[in-house]
Design a protein around this ligand. Structure first.
Ligand code: AMP
Length: 491
């Protein structure tokens, strides 16, 4: 089994239909996309061997779609690199993965060339285009489903990034689960790549290609809310994966729901109840929530569209229930499941779970135990099987012996009309062990926030300090960099 088959099937059925779009303009049909991928695959096969890692460092561009399928057709391993990383961080990933070549956009190539000795090919330039002159290779027929398809480097918000090894089977399980649980596109639909294609948006290429849905890449190569909404007005049956902060930016435009916007899958970080309510009011019931991580790509639990309708806060504040084909449990330190309502570590297993971290046996042994993936996230189930995520175990604040879950405090802060963003962390304290500090974007004073919190949550959870910022530091996937905030407090 090879994920290339999803393109093969669609090209056979819909060869002449538009496949890849730059903005509103069609750049390739499905037949052309397949042909280009197989020509590139032939050039990749000409050197090295199956299993070689092929790195790609680029902002969103149409070539990323053909490259992904070329790497699979050549039975190589796709290693996308977040284009916003520092060139030295990119080099760390190139080193760690042992990439034999890196494809980079002209912009990234200029930054990367001085720091790397890995052979570098610049997209759109003749050295890339010449590869398309080679005769196409035959599609792969006998790929072992367990062989590696994608090395997913974790975003490294809590430390050095590790490569989660994802096989063709893992990606097919993700694809099937997405189509079973979340979205039902066909050849009259589109996937608009608002978020970086090196992460969630790129992972979703497979399910949408399987159904023949257009791949739309914004001309800005980034997330511009106005441009994104225009594209969803133009392209039929649009779906997208967006980080919660991107959803908030769409709402802030004040624009109505675009005519063709069908589905927004949000996740990858907390969506606060208040923000979700505003999004539902602005755009209607088009939202689906996913909870996943690179180690179980896009697929642990989810809240479906219907779960958002007239939902109670407890449902909207949850990450939904187990995805099709995935077992999810909440366990204590001895791997014993805890009772309903009790908080423990979230673990999961299923065909979607990675086989381990690339060349890192210690991290693999600590993360995969008895066939279960330890997510590092804390959470609790309710009686209906809805999972509420607390925080990553490392982010829980222990103050005076009590556990305080930052998310709970953040949810309440964000409800205040004069707060637009909030992030809560713990910082060492001689008396309490740790105390709660809130970073706030907004105009509400500390006294007003204290009063607001006292009406809603226990006194001991209140921040001892408020720090005001213009905006919260985030990585390009929209994740708040808690580590950076903690470091500010100890500087
Ligand atoms: P990554 O592997 O970079 O996608 O990061 C995965 C982590 O993001 C998870 O382990 C969670 O801590 C967080 N995350 C993912 N989805 C959600 C969600 N729906 N709500 C809150 N946090 C999430």
């Amino acid at each position: 089994m090879n994920v290339f088959s999803v393109l093969d099937q669609t090209a056979a059925r819909h060869g002449d239909r538009g496949a890849v779009y730059l903005g509103e303009q069609c750049v390739h049909t499905w037949a052309e996309l397949r042909d280009r991928a197989l020509r590139l695959a032939a050039s990749l096969r000409a050197v090295g061997r199956p299993g070689d890692r092929i790195a790609v460092a680029s902002e969103n561009r149409p070539e990323l779609v053909e490259l992904l399928f070329a790497v699979w057709a050549a039975e190589r391993v796709y290693v996308p690199i977040n284009y916003k990383l520092h060139p030295l961080e990119m080099q760390q990933i190139l080193d760690d993965s042992g990439a034999s070549v890196v494809f980079a956009s002209p912009k990234i190539a200029a930054e990367l060339r001085p720091v790397t000795d890995v052979p570098l090919l610049t997209l759109a330039l003749p050295d890339y285009e010449n590869r398309l002159a080679a005769p196409p290779s035959a599609p792969p027929r006998d790929t072992d489903p367990a062989s590696l398809a994608w090395l997913f480097y974790t975003s490294g918000t809590t430390g050095r990034s590790k490569g989660a090894m994802l096989s063709h089977r893992n990606l097919m399980a993700m694809t099937v689960s997405h189509l079973a649980d979340f979205d039902d596109p066909d050849e009259c639909c589109s996937l608009v790549h608002g978020a970086p294609m090196s992460h969630g948006s790129g992972l979703y290429i497979a399910p949408y290609v399987l159904r023949g849905a257009r791949q739309v890449i914004p001309r800005s190569a980034a997330f511009e809310p106005g441009e994104f909404l225009d594209l969803c007005d133009h392209h039929p049956g649009s779906s997208a994966f967006l980080a919660p902060t991107m959803v908030q930016r769409l709402v802030d435009t004040g624009r109505p729901r675009p005519a063709h916007l069908r589905t927004v899958v949000y996740g990858g970080g907390p969506m606060y109840v208040d923000s979700m309510k505003k999004a539902l009011k602005a755009f209607g019931p088009i939202f689906v929530q996913l909870y996943g991580q690179g180690e179980a790509p896009m697929t642990i639990t989810g809240l479906r569209r219907a779960d958002h309708l007239d939902a109670e806060d407890a449902t909207l504040g949850s990450v939904g229930y187990a995805r099709s084909g995935v077992d999810v449990a909440v366990v204590d330190a001895d791997d014993v499941p805890v009772a309903v309502g009790e908080v423990g570590e979230i673990v999961c297993r299923g065909d979607v779970v990675m086989s381990g971290y690339w060349r890192n046996d210690a991290a693999t042994a600590a993360t995969l135990r008895h066939g279960w993936l330890r997510t590092g996230d804390m959470g609790s189930f309710d009686g209906r099987g809805y999972l509420t995520l607390r925080d990553r175990s490392k982010d829980v604040v222990i103050s005076g012996g009590s556990n305080i879950y930052p998310r709970e405090v953040e949810e309440v802060l964000i409800e205040h009309p004069d707060v637009t963003e909030a992030c809560v962390v713990g910082t060492p304290d001689p008396d309490w062990g740790e105390v709660v500090v809130a970073f706030v974007v907004g105009t509400a004073s500390a006294a007003e926030l204290d009063a607001h919190l006292l009406e809603r949550i226990a006194r001991f959870k209140r921040p001892k300090r408020y720090e005001y910022l213009e905006e919260l530091p985030k990585n390009s996937y929209g994740k708040v960099l808690k580590r950076e905030l903690r470091e500010r407090l100890t500087r």
